[in-house]
Design a protein around this ligand. Sequence first.
Ligand code: S3P
Length: 179
Amino acid sequence: MNNIVLIGFMGCGKSTVGIKLSYRLRRIVEDTDKLIEKKAGKSISEIFKEDGEPCFRQMETECLEELLNSKEEKILATGGGLPIRRENHALLKQLGCVVYLRISPECVYERLKNDTSRPLLQCENPLEQIRTLLAKRTPVYEEAADLVVDVDGKDMEQIIAEIVQKLKEHGYLQEGEKL
Ligand code: S3P
C-alpha cells in the first residue's frame, strides 16, 4: 500500500506533521491514538489505568490491521510505542512508506514537561525516563523506518519540506503529488 506512516518518540510532532502533510499532499490523515480512543470510548490514560499497557499494545496492533483494510492512501500518525512490538513492523511495511521523525531526549523533555496526557511520563524523573525509553527504542525505530528525518531545531515548514523532498527522491509520491 501507499500510505505515509509517521513513527517516532512522544513529542516528535507526528500528529502535527500528519495534519500539515495531509494539507500539502491532499490526503486524509488518521492517528492511531485517536482511532483507539474512539473505539474504546475512553482516553489513552484511562486505557492504561483501567486495562493496562499490554491491552493498549494489542489495540495498537488491531488498529494497524484495520487500517490495512482501507483502500484510500492516507497519512498515518502512530503512537510513540507502536513499533516496539516486532510483529507491528511487518504491518507498518505493508501499510506503506515508514518515516521516522528523530528527536533528542532534551527536546522531548522541553516539549512535554508540562504534559499530563502521556501515562509513561507521569513519573518522578521524566527526563531520565525519556532518556531510558528513547535509548531502548532508537534501534527499533531505525529498523522499522524507510526514511529518517531529524526534527531538533527545525520549524514545521522545514520538516514538511524535508519529508516531501525525501518522499520524492525515493519515489513514494504519485505524479500529481509532486508539488
Ligand atoms: C506512547 C505514546 C503515546 C501514546 C501512549 C504511549 C509510548 O503517543 O500512544 O501514551 O509508548 O510512547 P504519542 O507518541 O502520540 O505521544
